[in-house]
Design a protein around this ligand. Sequence first.
Ligand SMILES: [Zn+2]
Length: 309
Amino acid sequence: MQHSIQSLFFSTFAFVLGAAVGSFLNVCIYRWPADLSINRPRRSFCPQCKQPIPWHHNLPLISWLALGGRCAHCGAKISFRYFAVELVTAALFFAIWQRFPWQVAIAYWIFVSFLIIGTFIDFEHFIIPDRVTIGGTIAGVVCSVVVPALMQTNSRLAAGIRAGLAAALGYVILWIVLEAGKIAFGRKRIEFDAPVKRADAWLLDLGDVREAARVSLNGREVGHAWSLPFALRLPALRTKGNVLEIEVTNLPANRIRDLDLRKVDWKVMKEINLVDLRYKPFDASGWPVAPSGLLGPVRLVPLEVVRPR
Ligand SMILES: [Zn+2]
């Protein structure tokens, strides 16, 4: 009896702690990609009206339900994500607590927290910040040394070595995925430091693009370049480590040509069949291959504010 009450208490604690941690993870998910500080402002604020949220409207899980997913001040919809992250974190903290001894459970709590932040940032921005990947790797190695049981050993040294090797393996796998992804999705990712030369602003000139490009800088969308000139004005650059992402879509001419070359039956119309100008069955297999993707050259052009006299 004594035992079951105790275990019920700790399980409930794990769930409530998970919900509270989930609430903090929401802050990281919102602020990390935007490069905002985690502790300034200290108070959470409404993403719409920027009004600070009082603590009694910021209770994990409960407040979102009680306020019907809306800001109490301006009535703006608060994304379901806030509730989902708190619930997922609470459920995972609870499940981990049930399954593992407490030292291991605490290490896994840290681990899933990183995974949740990475997952939800990835959903929204298609990036996983270095704080998640590199921070998580460092945390993993440190946790393994502190809790060697994570690596199925009693020796801290052996645990540290195994964790280091595992981290290296993870790096190699990610590198392969990244390179394969570039080939498969036509998404270019470039890291660069701000030029030493001073400028009032910078223009990103993509040169020749077939046919449209979506550009993000440091996780934030800059805009779409969809006609000549393929150039966008960039927001302020960081001194070091800017991440530029360019996603290019093509007109589907090459795709249609390929389908027709392989005699794929894609022209399935309900009313009429696809024909060419002479009312003959449409066939793209004779088309030449069209230029496609980001042809460049990509340049950063310094801009200067001109003050008329
Ligand atoms: Zn609001």
